[in-house]
Design a protein around this ligand. Structure first.
Ligand code: SAH
Ligand code: SF4
Ligand code: F3S
Length: 442
């Protein structure tokens, strides 16, 4: 009988995409994917190391599997992804429940690791690669009801922002061949997907070289837009230092490329940005925001920010608030600095902002952002947006929800509208988190 595996995924969208690669690798070797972990022979947890609390959460989950193992003593527990890579063998010692550790570049080895673990040995492969892109693997889509899918276009990161663990857990940056990306996008389309998000830690530095040929990010984006004119295209994440006018022009030119850019700023202070090794200034960032407004006037803009990095003074922090007021982001993901062992900051830049200050700064940031989101949403009242319908609203069976090209969630009364269809909705009301509207019927 086929062995059954279950995958639980934490962390970023890259991990969601990787879990689908792992599902494909295991399915091809005769394993069967199941949704109920209680029935599984193997439970895999795809993990994130970006902040300390992300790791704590996974440890809690893994400890919780003890109950399932009591019922099924042969159960194998595997930890994959960034935590496996960062902690290695140490994780076997700290979490006795774990049988398998596999890093982000070693997933092709997983069938062998499972075989080894089922003989009672601890199995580990956390080797990083400079070339692995899993380009031969066509991912198994784990959420069959989804209409929006992810395609990784590159792996790893070379930026070494001083606070960040990703370059250590994901290894060096490498771009995947445009042909294999296109193949995967077309596969999504043939499976009925209506939207694709191209993924990488820094997508605008995408560069694939093949003999004389070079494909950069704007050319890839255009190639995808041309190949699947009926699909919506998104991408994440863009690094401000590489956000070129050329990329913006491609987004403006193609109606199926969503008018939405996620451009993490991290801080509004030049001295903090310098310590972070972000390689841009506040002025450069604001210039890129101006370029977005100029080239794609209707574009949605979101960001990531964190407070309490090494030496962040009250004045530095005020500059972040100031930048947020100036840009008025539609959406922001906000965090407190969490020191990650092994990073440059952990070695040379003491984590010297106390917890209380971090919490207060974060709280004020969240309040300001909530006011910005509300302001941005209020500006949409009376406007009509094309919405890709994603599902039935949690609040009411009579309402559906979907997203505008700008990536805002819109709820509207509708019945009998198919998930995956495109409808025009006029916004009538809003909160800071959601737009509410009416569908246009012609
Ligand atoms: N590659 C993307 C972001 C990847 S991590 C980029 O460069 O923008 C997602 C977000 O987590 C980051 O944008 C940053 O805001 C946050 N982050 C990363 N390391 C962190 C740390 N050590 N403490 C707190 N937040 C962190
Ligand atoms: Fe981390 Fe910076 Fe790379 Fe983003 S660009 S993954 S923040 S090192
Ligand atoms: Fe987390 Fe690794 Fe993604 S650290 S954010 S899962 S690349």
């Amino acid at each position: 009988m086929a062995k059954k595996f279950h995958i639980e995924t934490y962390g970023c969208q890259m991990n969601v995409a990787d879990s689908e690669v792992v599902a494909a690798i295991l399915t091809a070797k005769g394993f069967e994917h199941i949704k109920d972990k209680n029935e599984a022979d193997i439970i895999l947890v795809n993990t994130c190391s970006i902040r300390e609390n992300a790791e704590q959460r996974v440890r809690g989950r893994v400890q919780g599997f003890t109950e399932i193992r009591k019922r099924n003593p042969k159960l194998l527990i595997g930890v994959m992804g960034c935590m496996a890579e960062r902690l290695g063998e140490k994780l076997f010692e700290e979490e006795k429940n774990i049988n398998i550790l596999v890093g982000p570049d070693a997933y092709l080895d997983l069938p062998l690791l499972i075989e080894k673990a089922s003989k009672g040995e601890k199995a580990i492969n956390i080797e990083l690669s400079t070339t692995e892109t899993y380009k031969e693997i066509c991912p198994t889509r784990l959420d069959e009801t989804a209409i929006s899918g992810f395609v990784s276009i590159m792996r790893g990161c070379n930026n070494f922002c001083t606070y960040c663990i990703v370059p250590y857990t994901r290894g060096r940056e490498r771009s995947r061949s445009h042909n294999s990306i296109i193949k995967e996008v077309v596969d999504l389309q043939s499976k009925g997907y209506k939207e694709v998000t191209l993924l990488g830690q820094n997508v605008n530095s995408y560069l694939y070289k093949e003999e004389e040929n070079k494909v950069d990010f704007p050319s890839l984006l255009e190639l995808v837009a041309k190949t699947v004119p009926n699909m919506r295209i998104r991408f994440a994440t863009s690094h401000p230092k590489d956000m070129s006018d050329e990329t913006l022009a491609v987004i403006a030119r193609w109606s199926n490329i969503c008018k939405s850019i996620h451009l993490p700023v991290q801080s509004g202070s030049n001295s903090v940005l310098k310590d972070m090794n972000r390689k841009y200034t506040r002025e450069w960032y604001l210039d890129r925001i101006d370029a977005i407004h100029r080239i794609i006037p209707e574009c949605g803009i979101s960001t990531d920010l964190f407070v309490g990095f090494h030496n962040e003074s009250e004045e530095d922090y005020q500059q972040t608030l100031d930048l947020m007021r100036e840009v008025c982001f539609d959406l922001a993901y906000m965090f407190k600095y969490s020191e990650r062992p092994g990073t440059k900051a952990s070695k040379t830049m003491p984590d010297n902002i106390d917890e209380e200050t971090k919490s207060r700064r974060l709280q004020d940031l969240i309040e300001l952002q909530s006011a910005s989101s509300l302001e941005s949403n209020r500006r949409d009242i009376g406007k009509t947006f094309e919405v890709l319908v994603e599902g039935i609203s949690k609040r009411s069976q009579e309402e559906m929800y979907g997203r505008s090209s700008q990536n805002k969630v819109i709820v509207f009364p509708a019945q009998g509208i198919e998930i995956g269809s495109l409808v025009n909705v006029t916004v009538r009301k809003c909160t800071s988190a959601t737009l509410m509207g009416e569908m246009l019927t012609d």
